[in-house]
Design a protein around this ligand. Structure first.
Ligand code: GLU
Ligand code: MG
Length: 438
């Protein structure tokens, strides 16, 4: 059959969906300037494809312009069409960043981190997902060799495909949940980390399809089980590439700037949570005893903390400084990784500007404490529903400063339409609906 290669230019949108358009590969160089046409109202399409209310109507035009640095070409050499895409920025016809471009918001947040503190973000996304193989109902013990063998072909293909896509796989883990797997990847600087999260998710889906399976990153499938988390590992470098998070004399060995950054993240987490945990079922995952995060607390190696100080495995101070990082656990893969990092960076920089001291790490089971005891520890229960999280977001002045009032209005309109779509469904039906999308 005849055919020619097409390149898909993608944006990770406010709904957490990767959307875009394709053009002939022969036009790639011209499209780096011209892009493809994009429509403002697209920002109001929910993950279920119904439309939210917002400021955009039938008017207006934008451009979605591919960034050549993000180009991915992976030929699985199985006779299928190669994966061929690039991630883009949405700009106005004058070339300015558009108010609802998630990648543009991250670029602005990273610029703020650099201008306020002279720091570069060095981060990595760690994803959990579940694999479904139609016609096979295998259920294997967690972390078992049987569980690994069940997906041995998939994991081998996936490692090869990730490397071809420029991503460094770390390990493949048969996680605790039913048919749940995890694959941490290497860290990268600045915006590249969020690009890699998008590339990673696409390559996992692409690999699953070629292995006649389906991968789902949905926050939770079964309320009796654990959720699928996205853990974001964070550290900093200065302009010389030196690690800036570690201080052997600092509280919990955190540098002052890292302590203030974490304090800002935890202080503002209830206000930006609906960006990192963006679905109604995300709040079923963020409940105590699921090893996710239910409070805005710091923990040392505690897997129920919103921010966890991760362990290091070295005796040399230099190597420790390079490894030292903290992990943000209140995110899932229904969120655009650009918005997750943008919110974390803005909140962290706010903490640096406010010179906040590092919060005390909690050691107790916070779910056993009453509100007075929580207050004494300086922590609060995170919003328990998407509606509650949206109310905190709506009343936050910081969100207007960081993202702009129009972005806030569009996001709320979008999420309200998502909640309308779910109206009347049981929680199991809601999990199934999100499971079909993410
Ligand atoms: N599945 C847990 C979550 O939803 C994380 C388990 C772990 O610590 O790896 O975040
Ligand atoms: Mg895990």
């Amino acid at each position: 059959m005849i055919g020619e290669p097409l390149v898909f230019v993608a944006t990770s949108d406010l709904a957490g969906v990767v959307r875009g358009k394709a053009f002939a590969e022969t036009e790639f160089d011209t499209r780096l300037h011209r892009g493809v046409g994009w429509v403002p109202t697209n920002a109001l399409i929910t993950c279920f494809d119904n439309l939210g209310d917002g400021p955009y109507g039938s008017l207006g035009d934008l451009l979605l312009i591919p960034d050549s640095e993000t180009r991915v070409q992976v030929d699985f050499e199985d006779g299928s069409v190669a994966e061929n895409f690039a991630i883009g920025n949405i700009v106005t016809l004058d070339g300015d960043p558009w108010e609802c471009c998630t990648r543009g918001h991250l670029a602005a947040a990273l610029e703020r981190l650099n201008s306020v503190a002279g720091l570069q973000l060095y981060s990595a996304f760690e994803h959990e997902f579940q694999l479904e193989a139609p016609g096979r109902n295998d259920s294997n013990p967690a972390f078992s060799m049987e569980g690994h063998r069940w997906q041995a072909q998939f994991s081998g293909v996936l490692f090869a495909a990730l490397r071809k896509a420029g991503i460094e796989p770390d390990s493949f883990i048969n996680e605790y949940g039913t048919k749940q797997y995890e694959l941490p990847i290497g860290a990268s600087t600045g915006i590249r980390s969020a690009d890699e999260a998008i590339i990673f998710r696409q390559i996992v889906q692409a690999t699953a399809e070629r292995c006649r399976q389906r991968a789902s990153f949905s926050p939770i499938h079964n309320l009796d089980g654990v959720g699928n988390g996205v853990h974001v590992h964070i550290s900093f470098k200065n302009s010389d590439g030196q690690p800036m998070m570690f201080d052997p004399e600092g509280t919990y060995k955190l540098s002052d700037v890292a302590g203030s950054f974490i304090a800002g993240v935890l202080k503002y987490l209830p206000e930006f949570l609906c960006l990192t945990a963006p679905t109604e079922i995300s709040y079923q995952r963020l409940t105590p005893h699921r090893w996710s995060a239910a409070f805005n607390n710091l923990g040392e190696q505690d897997r129920e903390a919103a921010v966890r100080i991760c362990p290091v495995s070295s005796r040399s101070q230099e190597a420790i400084a390079r490894q030292f990082n903290v992990e943000f656990r209140a995110a899932d893969a229904a969120a655009s990784p650009y918005l997750v990092l943008a919110a974390l960076v803005h909140a962290g920089v706010q903490g640096i500007e406010e010179k906040l001291p590092v919060p005390g790490a909690t050691t107790e089971d916070l779910s056993m404490l009453d509100p007075g005891q929580l207050q004494a520890l300086g922590v609060e229960r995170l919003p328990e529903t998407l509606s509650d999280a949206l109310a905190r977001f709506e009343h936050s002045e910081r969100i207007d400063e960081w993202f702009g009032a129009t972005f806030k209005q569009v996001y709320i309109g979008l999420k309200n339409a998502e909640l309308d779509f779910l109206e009347g469904l049981t929680i199991e039906e809601k999990c199934a609906a999100y499971g079909r999308v993410f």
